[in-house]
Design a protein around this ligand. Sequence first.
Ligand code: SF4
Ligand code: SF4
Length: 419
Amino acid sequence: MADRGGFEALDACVHCGFCLQACPTFLATGDEADGPRGRIELMRALEAGELAVDDPAVRIHLDRCLGCRGCEPVCPSGVGYGRGIEAARALLATRRDPAPLARAALWALTTAGASGIVYALARLLRATGIPARLAGWGRFRFAMGMLAASAAKGGGGRGRSVKVGGGAPRSNLHHPPPSSTTSPVLLFRGCVMDGLFAHVHDATVRTLEVNGYAVREVPGQVCCGALHAHAGLREAARQLARVNVAAFAAGDEPIVVNSAGCGAMLKEYAHLVDAGPFAARVRDVTELLAARGPRPGAPVDLQVAYDPPCHLLHAQRIADEPHRMLAAIPVLRVASLPDAAQCCGSAGLFTLLEPAMSRAVLAPKIESLRAASPHVVATGNPGCIMQLGAGLAAAGLPTRARHPVELLDESYRAAGYYA
Ligand code: SF4
Ligand code: SF4
């Protein structure tokens, strides 16, 4: 049978429409073609050749899909929408180059060497405090808000995460766990996380070590390829996947990821390459911490709204573990937003490429946060932290967006696990 490249994942759709109310873009426009059921029809017609790849309806409505996969868990037929949309975008990319802005962003954010310079300049700009002052609505000001939102608490943060090495714990723990419980894990660094969220990598290493994991670096790893796959650049994503599978090939230790988008991509490498046992080794950081309890920390007196990244909740189906991790922080008050399952509108490059739809999807989330007025909105994905942080700043709200692991790290530091 011919390889259909992922379109076959759409075959199970029976047009029931149960997915419509879970789709942020359908809710934003009310247009059937901006919902999963309509898009599936467009994709089927595209595969069958009944619609041309340059058909404007195909382009507009598929481009406006966030790829959030909110339509998957609610589908009683088990439609694999995420696979289908990536197949459709890969087909579109064979006849249409990605937008120049998408190409430029991919080059700047994910190209080894060049991205290091881009991130260094971005960190310098962030450290001036200018992006925080310029944050607001409008393309440029929103981008400034996103950069400002990537900063560590207090606005600073070291430039690069300190590399851990040789399996030796790095944190000089004051209260180490029994050595009999120590198990090695390998850190996946990613590109945006490594470039702008060094403080989250450091917090990941420290909190894992408190819970008996010895975190090791893996040389030769590269970008996960998620942004490329979402843009339809499947061959580029495949090449990155091959490099990562080879880099992590030695050993069978868990591979820890603190970016939901990267984690979802890594867990689905088998769709791109012969990944062997790689995907089964990938764990979100909250999975590993929840598996160990985790050890309780000191009280942190904050009200937190937990907002799960779509690629954690819908793609990886991880719902309880972040809550179990946050439950290790005494006094912390955690509540989910009423629309927690809805996308924030970040969706990788979507926020840059489709700003109008992205902001329309973000708007109800910001209103939920305005009503809840937590101190912190916690979400485990760099794009979501930046999108929510920029939206909050533009709306003039004091709530800060942070990674959940940062909160546990703060609690552990206060408990004296490390200086
Ligand atoms: S994707 Fe699933 S929920 Fe949506 S219309 Fe098709 S079968 Fe129904
Ligand atoms: S992936 Fe998200 S935006 Fe796209 S159809 Fe599904 S729910 Fe809607």
